[in-house]
Write a protein of this length. Sequence first.
Length: 168
Amino acid sequence: MSADSITTALFLITAVVASAVLINAIYPVISNMAGTFSSATHETDVRIRTDFKIIATYASQSTGTAQVWMKNTGGEPISSLDIQRADVFGGATGNFEHLAHTSGILGDNQWTETFTNPEYDLNGNHYWDAGETVKITLKTTIPSTGNKVYFQFALPSGTWRSTEFTVS
């Protein structure tokens, strides 16, 4: 009888120790997975709520520039830094370039944004809020009047819009 009690006690102690080892091994993995899923869900939510539309375009061969106005139609504000880090492509349809951002004087194959003045950043918070407009000016090879210009704007989050428009 006492041998059975000792054996049962040893099995019970072994089971408790094994359970503790298993919990200590699995809990950090489950906790880490929960954090990963939470982060991925947040990023997806931000991406879904980020949206903008191209509302007006203009290009002139004589100046070699094009202007594109875009409106934030999503629920997510976009920082001015994200606007500056965006990828911009522009030029003649079928012969466009990836343009470099500049904050200074606009040179060949460069683009700049007009955003941080009261005309565009309505509340002065340096975020492209819902309903606000940003103006992109690009200097690239603009074809002759009547031909098409290609423009694409891609935010670091992956949201992008493109259009083709006719040179005036």
